[in-house]
Design a protein around this ligand. Sequence first.
Ligand SMILES: Nc1ncnc2c1ncn2[C@@H]1O[C@H](COP(=O)(O)OP(=O)(O)OP(=O)(O)O)[C@@H](O)[C@H]1O
Ligand SMILES: [Mg+2]
Length: 325
Amino acid sequence: MNNELVKVESLKKYFSLKSGLLGNNKKIVKAVDNISFSINKGETFGLVGESGCGKSTTGKMVLRLLEPTSGKVFFKGEELTSKSGKELLAIRPNLQMIFQNPYGSLDPKMTLKTILEEPLKIHGVNKNSREKRIKELLSYISFSSSYLDRHPGEFSGGQLQRIAIARSLALNPQFIVADEPVSALDVSIQAQILNLLIDLQKELELTYLFISHDLSVVQYVSDRVGVMYLGRMVELADCESLYNNPLHPYTRLLLSSVPIADPERASQRKKVEINKGSQQKTSNGCRFCSRCNEKLAICEEEVPELIEYSKGHFVSCHLYNKEHI
Ligand SMILES: Nc1ncnc2c1ncn2[C@@H]1O[C@H](COP(=O)(O)OP(=O)(O)OP(=O)(O)O)[C@@H](O)[C@H]1O
Ligand SMILES: [Mg+2]
């Protein structure tokens, strides 16, 4: 049975930046450069990578909050990227986003009641049903109705992120993009919010695209993980395979910086040697090759394809292409 809820096909986003004194020099930033993946119903797909690698741009394109330069996004088999106007509006309630910074994403002048009520009003939900739904939303985040008249300034960061989560659930979505939902929070609060997201996923059969630069956070919540480097997907696998058997030199580099609590396992971990070269900006060849200690001659000339190295474990690296070894 096909369990695919979201499918992303050859998605690209190129930004054109003007530079120079008169703004007449154009520079193209390939923020997302030909990535494909799919997300199954009920799963959490983690997207990880360094700052600027294109995670948020991908998340926004998947929800059609940003127009792709090219490529397609499908939701339940229907092409989202070809929809507009009423058709897109009708599908919108199914697709929601939780942002990194709850301080910035909630209007400080609104009360908790108006924050939760707003999406329901926009979608024409009547007053009685709105009141009922607000009660349900409060129960999802274990809030008392005595909080309803409070403003965002009267809540802690963790509470604000709970409110942002409740608001994203107002219209009963099936798919949520959570973009760094805990990175603005104190470490002691992060686990509470992650556990809330996990509990809500089970209760409401939600599917998540979970974006983070923090590998331990991604490992905690994800079923499968995609690793991005400068706009490209360099590795994609189920969580266990990725963390126990990372293939791409970049994934190994990322993992080598995650602390391991168990001293025995920590001492077994191989040290990753890496060149200190800067991030490669050219589009020829592998974008990681200027930082890679294992590079082959081909790496500077040809972009490696994403190949299935073992079942469900994909990697984009010439080291795994038999022709070049
Ligand atoms: N509106 C824009 N105009 C021009 N360039 C942009 C725009 N939005 C993003 N970029 C560029 O696209 C690249 C990817 O940005 P993006 O925000 O998707 O990265 P990210 O992986 O989410 O990073 P972070 O971890 O810092 O949130 C960056 O080089 C960024 O500067
Ligand atoms: Mg981002």
